[in-house]
Design a protein around this ligand. Structure first.
Ligand code: PNS
Length: 163
């Protein structure tokens, strides 16, 4: 059983995240999309809302037979991955700018859990500039983000802005 953990803030899930999920699915039997509960950050969506949104979207994602599950966690990614008996941590790389941060995380996670390998996947070029924070900023300021986040995510962002 090859299980991977794909950790992130997912505030909110973007089409870039979905691209990484689609690319990693053929490599594993199960991928746990792990939403970080970070009390230090003020997110747009609660952890529960983020998990619910991802669960709503996953059924239409081509999974190539890979089981896609959603979970949330607090604390260290390495601890969560070990508890889940994962053999890999999946992370997406969009551009060179991501590399340094991701390298530091991968090396630290390897030090914490030497048996768990970080697997980097290269996101599609069309999503190379897409991040959750940029999506939130542009949308909040009235810009269009259609095609960059799933339609359900955009609708929920619109609801958030109204409240
Ligand atoms: O989507 P993000 O915000 O880029 O994801 C970052 C994330 C959640 C993968 C990273 O912040 C993380 O692993 N946080 C959990 C705490 C932890 O393990 N820190 C040490 C990383 S070496």
């Amino acid at each position: 059983m090859r299980r991977a953990v794909f950790p992130g803030s997912f505030d909110p899930l973007t089409n870039g995240h979905l691209d990484i999920i689609k690319r990693s699915a053929p490599l594993f039997d199960e991928i746990v999309i792990a939403v970080l509960n970070n009390p230090d950050k003020k997110p747009m969506f609660t952890v529960e809302e983020r998990c619910a949104l991802i669960r709503e979207i996953l059924p239409v994602v081509p999974n190539g037979g890979c089981r896609l599950v959603v979970d949330s966690f607090s604390g260290l990614t390495a601890d969560f991955a070990r508890k889940k008996e994962a053999t890999a941590i999946v992370r997406g790389i969009r551009a060179v700018a991501d590399y340094e941060y991701e390298l530091r995380m991968a090396l630290m996670n390897r030090r914490l859990e030497p048996e768990i390998e970080t697997v980097f996947l290269i996101a599609a070029e069309e999503f190379s500039y897409v991040s959750s924070s940029l999506m939130k900023q542009v949308f909040t300021l009235g810009g269009r983000i259609e095609g960059l986040v799933p339609a359900i995510v955009e609708a929920k962002m619109r609801e958030k802005l109204k409240n």
